[in-house]
Design a protein around this ligand. Structure first.
Ligand code: ADP
Ligand code: MG
Length: 641
């Protein structure tokens, strides 16, 4: 064993700094929190190159006395705590006295500050935590801190920095939270000289929500107010039908501090139970206020978690506030979500402009039957999406249920009587309606030639629970197939093989999808990858993405949720390969028929054939696609054997 030695203080400082300053966004967070604690009413944050070039935070708060300036940068130096008794009642955002020390340890810092009562301001520069001399200087009232060359002396950390745009997005997300938690402060956020956020600071939460989260999201909100047992809850929650594909639009504050809390999430979602569609999540901006002695904020170095003394009281306060609001407004909000089987577009007719449906109907013969006056994108129109599954195998040639689109088919179709564009040629002219013999179908993309001899195809006895296909094999075994899992696997393999470019559908009117700044930035950073999967998007500003084309086999109602999920996958993926894999999973799943959806007999047969062929055994998540029950097992169940 090598000798045990105490680390030199500058190494210890670097290690400690790493806990507080993980990335540029953590610097922004700490500096803005200091500005809030200093009583500022206006805070301006400027970022260059995602903060790796420069971070500047200016406030009009109380400022720092010249003789205190070097002290502020010492470890465990704070004006917010005096003794241990204060730890139990923290009313400020900061209290650990570590941020300025940590930030200055890993960067080059310059601070200028002036208190109202001081005739002149003072300035100080630090490099790697080592301060220069305090100098007198002209300065407006308040404090400005400049951070340059972040992590210049910690190459290991530098190496793990993400792209500038990812860092900007993280900082933007953070600014959103800070701005929402303090509607009484005007926040301005500039990235590379461009204004990305500006809240009025008029003390109204709705103004802050509108400015930070955008008009589209603000429109989906219902105001709430309630509480009990010393806990008050106020803010906004989304209407049940405006559920989101992820929890990214859930924002909670406890005593003015943005936090992540499973307890609060659970309380919110419990309030929506049975009102929101499965797989959708409510959004919210909820401020929870309770006595400072009833909450411990000192449980995490980044201070994003808290511990409540009375968890049940907090849960109940949030839950009842949400529930009361939803019950009260149930007369005015649209009725609760339909069961998944009848899933319709949760965004109303937002995507009605999508017209690939018409295309499919025309290119498929016979057109899928459907009841009149059903919503657009009714599940029963989904038959053609199985067109890329091999035709059923069998002795007698079975015709493909819906002929697949040929690769030379137009990549997208824009078709509407209202549009002045020329009508595309009738698809029936350009491709055969229904191939009559199997050889023809085998030529089409995604289909393989049949190799006789083949066993008799499983007989599809039917479908149960709108999810499982029941089949019987020649040798007397029963198979239950999970139709979603099977189709997901088929899609996954097809996408992974990447043999054909994805079919796309062009939206008649490009759709602006409001995702939140961080999500939007992630998507915009990965446009080429999205293109590979059939999405054509561009920046629409303010956390929105303009979508022009989507994969043809994606349900219109799923576009927003899919993009949200994709953003999540992009965030998780560290390498390009991981990100591509993440998208593969999402797209395979989203393009698959879902349990609960009604399937036609052709769809069921085509899926059964794929499973029978042995190509599809497990879904991409590793769950089995089919289970086999032998005749003997059945007989045993019925005590026949
Ligand atoms: P903490 O915020 O936990 O006290 P910091 O290291 O972030 O620790 O800051 C140290 C001290 O410097 C603060 O307690 C505060 O007194 C002072 N300070 C930091 N930033 C500002 C600011 N923007 N305006 C006024 N005082 C500040
Ligand atoms: Mg601080």
């Amino acid at each position: 064993m090598p000798e045990i030695r105490q680390l030199p203080s500058h190494v210890a400082d670097l290690i400690a700094a790493g806990e507080v300053v993980e990335r540029p966004a953590s610097v922004v967070k700490e500096l803005v929190e200091n500005a809030v604690d200093a009583g500022a009413t206006a805070i301006v944050v400027e970022l260059r190159r995602g903060g790796m070039g420069l971070i500047r935070v200016s406030d009009n708060g109380c400022g720092i006395a010249p003789d205190q300036l070097p002290t502020a940068f010492l470890r465990h130096a704070t004006s917010k705590l005096r003794g241990p008794e204060d730890l139990g009642k923290i009313g400020t955002l900061g209290f650990r006295g570590e941020a300025l020390a940590a930030i200055s340890a890993v960067s080059r810092v310059e601070i200028r500050t002036r208190r109202r009562e001081d005739p002149a301001g003072s300035a100080l520069r630090l490099e790697g935590g080592v301060p220069g001399d305090v100098e007198e200087t002209g300065a407006p009232e308040g404090t400005t801190i400049l951070v340059r060359d972040l992590f210049y002396n910690t190459p290991a950390r530098l190496k793990f920095m993400k792209k500038d745009s990812a860092e900007t997005a993280a900082a933007a997300g953070l600014m959103q939270h800070l701005a929402l938690s303090h509607p009484d402060i005007s926040f301005k956020f500039l990235k590379d000289g461009q204004e990305a956020l500006h809240t009025p600071g008029d003390g109204r939460l709705d103004s802050a929500v509108y400015a930070a989260l955008g008009r589209d999201f603000a429109r989906t909100l219902l105001p709430v107010k309630g509480g009990g047992d010393g806990v008050t809850v106020s803010g906004f929650i989304t209407q049940p039908l405006q559920g989101r594909g992820s929890r990214s639009m859930q924002t909670f504050f406890v005593n003015g501090r943005f936090i992540k809390s499973q307890l609060l999430t659970a309380a919110l979602e419990e309030g929506y139970r049975n009102q929101i569609m499965k797989g959708r999540f409510p959004g919210c901006v909820l401020a929870v206020t309770l006595p400072v002695t009833a909450v411990d904020v000192n449980v995490h170095p980044a201070k994003t978690q808290v511990k409540f003394a009375q968890e049940k009281a907090v849960f109940d306060a949030v839950y009842h506030t949400v529930l009361d609001c939803l019950e009260e407004t149930s007369g005015t909000v649209p009725p609760p979500a339909k069961p998944a089987g009848e899933a319709s577009n949760p965004r109303g007719d937002f995507f009605r402009s999508m017209d690939a449906k018409t295309f499919r109907e025309q290119s498929s013969a016979p057109p899928p039957k459907r009841a009149e006056a059903r919503p657009v994108w009714n599940v029963e129109q989904r038959g053609p999406r199985l067109s890329d599954i091999a035709p059923p195998m069998g002795k007698e040639p079975l015709r493909a249920p819906f002929p697949p689109l040929r690769q030379d088919a137009p990549p997208s179709v824009i078709k509407s009587p209202a549009q002045a564009r020329p009508e595309p040629p009738a698809p029936s002219e350009s491709r055969p309606a229904v191939p009559a013999i199997p050889q023809k179908t085998a030529e089409l993309p995604g289909q393989e030639a049949l190799t006789p001899p083949v066993p008799a195809p499983w007989r599809v006895a039917g479908e149960v629970l709108r999810t499982y296909i029941v089949c019987e094999s020649e040798e007397g075994c029963v198979y239950l197939i999970d139709k979603h899992a099977a189709h997901e696997r088929i899609n996954f393999d097809r996408l992974k093989a990447g043999l054909e470019p994805p079919m796309r559908q062009t939206l008649l009117t490009p759709a602006a999808v409001d995702l939140g700044r961080e999500e939007a930035a992630l998507l915009l950073e990965n446009l080429p990858l999205l293109e590979d999967f059939g999405f054509s998007c561009e920046d629409f500003g303010g956390g929105s993405v303009l979508v022009r084309e989507v994969p043809a086999d994606l349900d219109a109602a799923d576009v927003t949720a899919t993009l949200e999920e994709i953003a999540g996958k992009l965030r998780q993926g560290r390498t390009p390969a991981e990100r591509r894999e993440g998208l593969l999973h999402t797209m395979a799943c989203k393009a698959a028929i879902k349990g609960g959806w009604k399937s036609g007999p052709e769809e069921l047969r085509a899926l059964a054939a794929k499973v029978q062929s042995g190509e599809v055994k497990y879904c991409p998540h590793g769950r089995p696609v089919a289970v086999k029950i032998t005749k003997y097992e059945l007989e045993k169940m019925f005590k026949r054997a």
